[in-house]
Design a protein around this ligand. Structure first.
Ligand code: UTP
Length: 291
């Protein structure tokens, strides 16, 4: 069985839910506390053992590229001011991993964004991590999925159970449980109406996919929302090959959504050694005043 060595991070969406902040910058560069969301994703990939990452960029790609590049001027300035801790942080970012970029010329959907990766991936299984899904877990979410992949092969979709009235925000699985937290997927549907949803098992921005998906994506036409949907291609893949859903351990934040972004900011801030304690005191004080 071929190993998963490459990750694709689609980051070319318009981010309309976060306008006006995303008018001139990609939403993946919005910071949760002091770190752009895409850096959390890349750290998860690195902590899962991945060495090569392809970011699918769209408009305003410079901010993402510059962020992961070396910055001699900034490094010299921090060095001359004796700010060694910050200097190490800035240097660490550029040394994390090998990052490559491909541009999606128009935001035609997640499926189309992933299709841009076909030459970079070639004939290997690969992972997809969405740029706006941050997962807080004890073992990195992607590592959990890679470990399962070693057992099962096939393709694996990271999932969580969502409340019945929220299924229309997600890709939903029609699947049967084959062991604890693992489901064999028979069918998938993108953003179904609650009455038509086959389950409450929702796709959460982490995938391990076999390369046959590129042949399918090449002929997948626009689906829900007029976009080329990765879910539609995975639906076809599930008819031909094993596709599993995996309920990963951890909490997932949709930081492309205002409320999700706020939750991530508050919860991650509470865990931070530098500001957590002071922030917690502040929050308790605020909450005691809420009527
Ligand atoms: P979303 O639907 O969450 O992103 O896509 P969006 O379209 O940017 O957001 P809204 O709904 O307008 O606020 C999921 C992921 O797929 C990427 C996005 O960048 C995001 O990480 N994506 C989406 C692309 O790369 N290209 C696309 O054409 C669409």
């Amino acid at each position: 069985m071929k190993k998963v060595q490459k990750v694709v991070i689609p980051a070319a969406g318009l981010g309309t839910r976060f306008l006006p902040a995303t008018k001139a910058q990609p939403k993946e560069m919005l910071p949760v506390i002091d770190t752009p969301t895409i850096q959390y994703i890349i750290e998860e990939a690195v902590n899962s053992g991945i060495k090569d990452i392809l970011i699918i960029t769209g408009k305003d790609k410079n901010a993402i590229e510059d962020h992961f590049d070396k910055s001699p001027t900034l490094e010299n300035l921090l060095r001359s001011k004796g700010k060694h801790e910050l200097l190490e942080q800035v240097k660490d970012i550029s040394q994390l991993v090998d990052i490559y970029y491909v541009r999606q010329k128009e935001p035609r959907g997640l499926g189309d964004a992933v299709y841009r990766a076909r030459k970079f991936i070639g004939d290997e299984p690969f992972a997809v991590m969405l740029g706006d899904d941050v997962v807080r877990s004890s073992k990195p979410c992607l590592k959990q999925m890679l470990d399962l992949y070693e057992e099962t092969g096939g393709s694996i979709i990271g999932i969580k159970e969502v409340p019945g009235d929220q299924v229309d925000k997600y890709g939903i699985l029609n699947a049967e449980c084959v062991k604890d937290k693992v489901y064999r997927c028979n069918d998938l549907v993108e953003k179904p109406a609650p009455a038509e949803a086959p389950s409450r098992l929702a796709i959460m921005g982490r995938y391990i996919i076999q390369p046959q998906v590129f042949n399918i994506l090449a002929r997948t036409s626009a689906g829900a929302g007029g976009e080329i949907q990765l879910t539609d291609a995975l639906k076809e893949l599930a008819r031909k090959d094993y596709v599993y859903g995996y309920e990963f351990e951890g909490y997932r934040y949709d930081v492309g959504d205002k409320l999700g972004y706020l939750k991530a900011t508050v919860e991650l801030a509470l865990e931070r050694p530098d500001i957590g304690e002071e922030f917690s005191t502040y929050l308790k004080n605020i909450i005691s005043k809420i009527k």
